[in-house]
Design a protein around this ligand. Sequence first.
Ligand code: OGA
Ligand code: NI
Length: 351
Amino acid sequence: MACPSDWPEPIVRVQSLSEKCGGGGRIPERYVKPVESRPWWSDEEGEANIPVIDLAEEGDTIWRVAEACREWGFLQVVNHGVRAELMDAAQEVWWQFFQQPMEVKQAYANSPTTYEGYGSRLGVEKGAILDWSDYYYLHYLPCNLRDYNKWPSLPISLREVMDEYSREIVRLGGVLLKMLSISLGLRQDFLQNSFGGEDVGACLRVNYYPKCPQPDLTLGLSSHSDPGGMTFLLPDQNVPGLQVRRGDHWITVKPAPHAFIVNIGDQIQVLSNAIYKSVEHRVIVNSAQERISLAYFYNPKSDLLIQPAKELLEPDRPALYPAMTFDEYRLFIRTKGPKGKSQLGDLKSPT
Ligand code: OGA
Ligand code: NI
C-alpha cells in the first residue's frame, strides 16, 4: 500500500467556498454528511466537561491525569509551564497566515506524500465526502524532516514563534509521558524510550474552520481518533467546536483559559494495552465565527515497533494488538481519511 503522489481531484479551498456561499447560501453536496453523522448539540450533557488538571499542584496530580486518560482519553492541563503570551502569539501568527490572499497560501499547497503545507482534505479517496476545513501541516521533529522553507515565511514572526512553541510542546510531551509511565506502574522513562528517547516525532496541524452557512449538515473535522502518541491542542479561546465522544453522547469541550487539551492517541492505547484509551472526537462548525486550533502531535519515532508493554500483560489480559511501526499504521489513515476508530478495531488481534 503506498500513498499516491497527488490528489485524485482538484483541491477546493473551504475558505474560498465559505466566502462564495456567504451567509445565506448552501454548501456543496460534497460537504453534506449522511444523516447519522451530522452534528447535534446534546442538552442533557450541557454542563459536562473533560477534567481540568493543574499540573503545578502537589499531591495526586499523576493519579488525576491517569484517571482522565482511563475514563475520558482527554484532559485539559493548566499551569503547564508554557507562557500564556507564547500561546497567544502562536494563535495570532496563524490567524494572520490564513488571512493572507489565496495566492500567498497556494504557494505552500501540499500533496498526499508528506501532507506538509497548506491542505484542504485528508485521504485520497476519489469522490469522498469532505470536511469543512483547511489546514496547515508541518514537521518539527525528527530534525531531518524539519524544513523551515516549508513553514510560511509570513507573517514575519511565524517561524520564530513556532520554533519556541514547538520546543515547549516537546518539553511538555516529556512531562506527560513520564506521568503516564509512572501511573501505569512502569519505569518513568518507559514510554519515552518506547517512543525513541530523543528521537520522537512532533508535527503540527493548524486547523482553520471557516464560517459555514449550513453547519447542521456538515462537520469541520469528521470523527476520528488521533493515530499518534499524544496530542496537545490549543483550541480557539472564543469559539467552541471540539466534541469528545462519551458513550453515545458528544460532549462539547469548554476550554479553560490558556489550557492545553491533551488526548491519548492510538499508539499509547496500543502501548498501554488499552488501559489508556484514544477516544473519538470531531469538530462542529457554525455560521457566525471562524475558528482556529493548533493540534500538536507527539509521536513515536516512525520506524520503531510499537506493541503492548510486556509488563502490562496478564494471563487473562493478553496483548490486544500486534506490533506495528507508526509508519505502517499511519498509511491506513492517510489513504482512507478520518474514519472514527475503525483502524484500531481492524488491527485487533483475533484472540
Ligand atoms: C485534530 C483535532 C480538534 C480541533 O486536529 O486531530 O482533533 O478542535 N482537532 O480542531
Ligand atoms: Ni484529533
